[in-house]
Design a protein around this ligand. Structure first.
Ligand SMILES: NC(=O)c1ccc[n+]([C@@H]2O[C@H](COP(=O)([O-])OP(=O)(O)OC[C@H]3O[C@@H](n4cnc5c(N)ncnc54)[C@H](OP(=O)(O)O)[C@@H]3O)[C@@H](O)[C@H]2O)c1
Length: 324
């Protein structure tokens, strides 16, 4: 198969594409011919040597893909020729990948492989952090930071479908405005006045949940945007690892600060999350209420260009590798 080689000595991370043996599916896995695969910051960190795959997972980068089953599992719906999309522990940036059946979802007919390859990581990250970690209830208000990115652009839609009122934060008003078509109610620019903008949009109350994809120095403002008993779920750190926390505010407003990663969760837990997400979201993906946002598609052989584009920033939605 063609694949991004599992090397970790690149500074900056420049993926190299080469030939590797096809993976042999183990017990409870199927072999899939990958057609498209989203790229994620975890792939960049992995190439830098800073984010090794969990034990037992492929050391080829790639946390999500869409494709066609080549070798299925007896007695399961996953038979050769079935179109699928999947959450992966690794291995998606290749033309073949072995996938645990619990992490597969059918790819709806109305979605292309490129769209399918852009869904699983953003969708499951949004699901686990809005529903499981964040405890989002219909009628609550959510602020999604980094909302124009690959994760945020799906999270705002999922939050809306879960019955929340959704505010979107970012640094580019122009890109944020594009999210209005996805059902967000208000855009807020990052900076000193972020809590003020959120209070204005919420009648002075603040939001119930911040789904935070950026972290860093803006964290102080994200905490200050919360209503009493609000939850800050820290998921991404594109803005940096360090920020200032006003513990007086945390204490007096009885705030909850929650950190969360998806990739490290055991396969059994991922299978439960995928099943719950699929039950809720597949009908909405089929009728177009949920739709991934794809910024651009780049062939695997030009993976370096795709990785550099993610590193540079400025995309609206996901960057996807195509295998053909
Ligand atoms: N914990 C988990 O399980 C998990 C799972 C998946 C992803 N993640 C993390 O989630 C984060 C977002 O991933 P993504 O795929 O959405 O990335 P992305 O597509 O690059 O989007 C990042 C977003 O953050 C904004 N941003 C970039 N640099 C920023 C900064 N210095 N300060 C404030 N905002 C900034 C960008 O918008 P503007 O430039 O318009 O502001 C963009 O909307 C990454 O850190 C990723 O590693 C975590």
């Amino acid at each position: 198969m063609r694949a991004i080689l599992p090397t970790t000595d690149f500074h900056p991370p420049i993926p190299r594409v080469g030939d590797l043996p096809d993976p042999a599916p183990g017990q409870g896995e199927v072999l899939v011919a990958v057609e498209a695969a989203g790229i994620n910051h975890a792939d960049l960190h992995q190439l830098r040597g800073a984010y090794p795959p969990p034990p037992g997972e492929s050391d080829v980068p790639g946390l999500e893909c869409a494709g066609v089953v080549l070798e299925g599992e007896m007695g399961s719906p996953w038979q050769p020729g079935v179109r699928v999309m999947a959450l992966l522990g690794g291995g998606g940036h290749a033309t073949r990948v072995a996938i645990p059946t619990g992490q597969l979802m059918p790819l709806p007919d109305n979605l292309s492989f490129v769209e399918g390859g852009a869904i699983p990581e953003a969708a499951l990250t949004a699901w686990v952090n809005l529903v499981v970690e964040g405890g989002l209830q219909a009628g609550e208000t959510v602020l999604v930071t980094g909302a124009t990115g690959g994760m945020g652009s799906f999270a705002v839609q999922l939050a809306r479908e879960l019955g929340a009122r959704v505010l979107a934060a970012g640094r580019s008003r122009e890109r944020l405005e594009l999210l209005r078509g996805l059902g967000i109610e208000e855009v807020c620019l990052e900076g000193a006045n972020l809590p003020g903008q959120v209070r204005e949009a919420t009648g002075g109350r603040g939001v119930d949940l911040v789904l935070d994809f950026t972290g860093g120095p803006e964290t102080a403002g994200h905490l200050a945007a919360l209503a009493p008993r609000g939850r800050l779920v820290v998921v991404g750190l594109v803005g940096g690892r360090r920020g200032e926390v006003d513990f007086g505010l945390v204490l007096s407003h009885r705030l909850h600060v929650i950190g969360s990663v998806l990739r490290a969760r055991p396969r059994e837990e991922k299978a439960r999350l995928v099943a719950d997400f699929a039950a809720f979201a597949l009908p909405r993906l089929r009728d177009g209420r949920l739709r991934p946002v794809v910024d651009r598609v780049i062939p695997l052989e030009r993976a370096a260009e795709a990785y550099q584009a993610l590193e540079r920033g400025g995309a609206f939605g996901k960057i996807v590798l195509s295998m053909v």
